[in-house]
Structures are given as C-alpha cells and as structure tokens.
Design a protein around this ligand. Structure first.
Ligand SMILES: Cc1cc2nc3c(=O)[nH]c(=O)nc-3n(C[C@H](O)[C@H](O)[C@H](O)COP(=O)(O)OP(=O)(O)OC[C@H]3O[C@@H](n4cnc5c(N)ncnc54)[C@H](O)[C@@H]3O)c2cc1C
Length: 441
C-alpha cells in the first residue's frame, strides 16, 4: 500500500456521513496502468480523494516503449509534468515510412518542432516504466496539488457491491473492500469491473500478434548497416504483405524499441502472450530488406516477448450509475495508430473536467457527460486502428501502390486524419501549461 492505507470496511454509517459532509467526494479507480494513474492524478488535482486498487504486487509497466502524440502530450504537460517528462523522453524528428522489400522511403513526415508549432504540444517517445514512474510519483507527491492518491497493491478486484448505489464498492480476492462515491474501472482490456457491472462482452481477436523487443542502442550504432537509426531520432514504419514493423529510439538512444506485427500462432492466441527469441523475431522478416533482420537479431532474448492482439468492438456504453469505465476497459484498440494509452489520457482529462465542478448529487450526470464527450471520439480511433490492419498489410499490387501513393502524400491512412487525432478531444478548461509550451522552449 502506498499513501495512507484505508478502505471503508467496518466504518459505521454515522462516521461515513460526517466524513462525507466534511470532505470532497471519493473516487475508487481500479487499475494502476497509464490510464488509471493519469485519471487518479487528474482527479487529485481537482481536489478529489482517490484510491487506486491494483491487482499487481509491484507497480510498474512492461519493458517496452510508448509514444504520445500531441493529443496526449498536451494532457501530460497540462498536469504539470513537463520537467519530469523532459528528463525521460526522446523526441523524434521525423516519421519515416519504408517499403518492406528494399527499405525505400515511401513518405517522410517532420515531427519535432513542426508538431509543437502546429499542435502546441510535442510528439514524444519513452520507456513505459519511465512514463509510468512520472505519473506515479506525481500521484504520491505530498507537495502536489490536491489530496495524495492512495494506492492499494496486491488487490485484485473480484466483486462489485452496489447494494447502496450511491456508495459503490469493489471487493478484492483477499477480502478487502474499497467503497467510494463512484468507481472507475481502468483495469485494462480484460476488465473485471466491466464484467461485474454487466456491460456487453465486446472482446475480439484480430488474428495477429505483436513481438515487442528492446535492442541495445550501442549495438545498433556499432553496425554500419543499422547506424542510420541512431544518427537522427525518428520513428519508422515498415509496410509489407501480412506484416508491419515499427521502431524508434527511447531513453536518448539507449534502446531501439520494436513492435513487429505478424500473423498469430495458435499457441499465442490461446495464451495471450509468451516469451520469444531474437532469432524467432528476425526469422519472421528474413525475406525483407536485409537491414530489418540484421537489426532484429541484435535484441537480447530476455527483452523479446510476443502478445496476441485483441481489441474491443466499438461500444458507446461506458457508464451505469456511479460505475464508469476508462481506457482499454472500454475502448481497447489495435495499436496501429499508437493511440490506446493516449485515448485513456484523453478520457482522464475529460473525466476530471466533468467531475471537478459537481457536488455528490451531480456525479451520475457528470459521468454521462464524460461518456458523451469521449465515446464517439474514442470509437472513431478504434475503428481507424482496425482499418489500418488491412491497409498496412496489403500484398504487393495495384492496391498497395495506391496505398503507398496515399502514404506519400500523408492524406490519411484511415478515416481519421492526423490533424483530427492530434488536436484531440476538445477540453473546456483553459490549459495554460500546454498553451505556453510552444513559447517556452
Ligand atoms: C504493441 C503495443 C504498442 C502500443 N503502443 C502504444 C503507443 O505507442 N501509444 C499509446 O498511446 N498506446 C499504445 N498502446 C496501447 C496501450 O498500451 C494501452 O492502450 C494502454 O496501456 C492501456 O492502459 P490502461 O491503463 O487502460 O490499461 P492497462 O495498462 O492494461 O492497465 C490496467 C491495470 O489494471 C490492473 N488490473 C487488471 N485487472 C484488475 C483487477 N481485477 N483488479 C485490480 N487491478 C486490475 C492491471 O494489473 C493493470 O495495472 C500499445 C499497445 C500495444 C499492444
């Protein structure tokens, strides 16, 4: 347990009523992933008391990279995290698109300062653990604005008690009970809160799997064939039949982060994830431009894993009374726009705006407004990410040539444009931190 341990188990009704009258209302957030922590911090900064209930014994993120486009970076900077993030982020200068067979460049989009000038916020890459660590520290910082977030670990939610609809509670496998004025299920793609609240089962398997790997930057730099990846930080997408590959440097070049999408094996579809080796990963791309298997083979086996790609169908129902969902729990999407966590951050910002100014009586309506403002937007990103699955993996031929022409012009890979995506969900509160960002560099 981080912060001061507390659940309302055993507290009497009188005591609860007097606490309720004298304090801001209390939010129970299930899940301490990037979505849950971003929500906890956003709500804390609005003066709300937040308890995060997390199944894992240790808080953290998997050993992999993550990108935040301006729609998410803007929110993180708006939470006052700019200095901390600048210490851990890597800023790509371009997005480069390459053809599988010979590595020829299909298109190149400037990022870096151009994105800041155009969208008022940066495009950044991080090690997931670093981004998670920044959010966690801010949640627990005793000098930060609002009440310190309390976090219970080893607390797997197994039941939801809504006997008193105004005081929903989650129950954990080890018998603890956490009640609040509302419960937010930020517990990921296989959300228990979602199931316990009776929302539809919207889970779908994509038929694909993603290798994730971290490749030591010094090995990439030492090989003349792959040195070009270190000379200028950029993000690369390679397009090929049935497969694609994304890579970018994190921690200032310490690692090349790789996401490699290929057709899924039966074993991984069944187990959801598993270990893998660099040789296995490189073999998936053996007939591609020789630089691809050359760089993939440099991964250390302990830094290679493979994950079945599941998603959720678009679903406008994220709320029931005082229980609502956030992040992958309600809009898990294929990672083909690198937007899953970023959309969860948009959820967090809008949720905090809606809850930030209401009294207890207004919680239900605030949650409905939160969903109204977010579900259609996130649903469009879900659909667009799904569209990219076939668009990215076309066999060579007329359709592929037409696609490459579109990619060259950057006139959209799917039905949503970068302009729409990177401007993000409109926020109502003036966000001076990020507005000032472009002028304070
Ligand atoms: C290969 C790949 C690359 C990606 N790249 C990007 C990217 O570059 N940018 C981007 O924005 N997104 C990216 N995403 C998507 C992103 O990783 C997810 O959308 C995001 O991590 C979801 O965050 P979340 O907090 O909603 O859920 P999660 O990160 O899954 O967190 C859920 C938390 O809830 C906890 N939990 C689960 N069940 C319970 C329970 N019963 N009780 C208590 N706690 C529970 C879990 O332990 C976990 O800590 C990528 C995804 C993949 C697969």
């Amino acid at each position: 347990m981080f912060g001061s341990p507390e659940s309302d188990a055993g507290s009497g009704e009188d005591e609860e009523a007097s606490v309720a009258a004298s304090q801001s209302f209390e939010v129970v957030v299930v899940g301490a992933g990037l979505g849950g922590l971003c929500a906890a911090l956003s709500l804390r900064q609005r003066g709300l008391r937040v308890t995060v209930v997390e199944a894992a014994a240790q808080l953290g993120e998997i050993g992999a990279g993550i990108q935040t486009a301006p729609n998410a970076s803007r929110i993180l900077i708006g939470l006052g995290l700019r200095a901390e993030l600048e210490r851990v982020r890597t800023e790509p200068q371009d997005q480069v698109r390459r053809r599988w067979a010979d590595g020829s460049i299909i298109g190149q989009l400037p990022l870096g300062q151009r994105v800041i000038d155009q969208y008022g916020a940066p495009y950044w890459h991080y090690h997931r653990a670093d981004l998670h660590g920044v959010l966690l520290e801010a949640c627990l910082d005793p000098t930060g604005p609002g009440p310190v977030v309390e976090i219970a670990t080893s607390a797997q939610v197994v039941d939801l008690d809504r006997a008193d609809p105004a005081r929903p509670a989650v129950l954990t496998a080890d018998g603890r009970r956490f009640a609040g004025d509302l419960v937010i299920g930020a517990d990921g793609i296989r959300s228990a809160v979602r199931d316990l609240a009776g929302f539809d089962d919207t889970l779908e398997f994509s038929g694909e799997m993603a290798y994730r790997a971290l490749i030591p930057g010094d090995l990439v730099a030492a090989d003349p064939a792959t040195r070009f990846l270190v000379d200028r930080f950029h993000s690369t997408i390679w397009y090929g039949p049935d497969k694609h590959l994304v890579h970018y440097m994190i921690r200032g070049g310490q690692y090349l982060n790789v996401v490699a999408i290929v057709p899924c094996t039966e074993e991984i579809a069944r187990d959801w994830s598993g270990p893998a080796t660099a040789a296995q990963l490189a073999a998936e791309y053996e007939d591609w431009d020789s630089r691809v298997p050359a760089v993939l083979a440099k991964a250390k086996d302990e830094d290679v894993s493979v994950w079945a790609m599941y998603r959720r169908r678009r679903d406008p129902v994220w709320v029931d009374g005082r229980v609502a969902l956030l992040g992958d729990a309600c809009h898990a999407m294929l990672p083909y726009q690198a937007q899953g966590a970023s959309q969860a951050m948009e959820d967090a910002a809008v949720l905090a705006e809606e809850l930030g100014w209401v009294t207890r009586d207004g919680i239900e309506a605030a949650l409905v407004r939160y969903v109204d403002r977010r579900a259609k937007h996130a649903g469009m990103v879900q659909d667009a990410s799904l569209q990219n699955m076939s668009f990215y993996h076309l066999p060579d031929g007329p359709e592929q040539r037409e696609r490459d022409e579109k990619l060259r012009r950057f006139d959209g890979e799917s039905d949503v444009s970068y302009d729409w995506l990177w401007n993000g969900s409109p926020l109502t509160d003036p966000d001076t931190e990020s507005i000032n960002y472009q002028f304070a560099r």
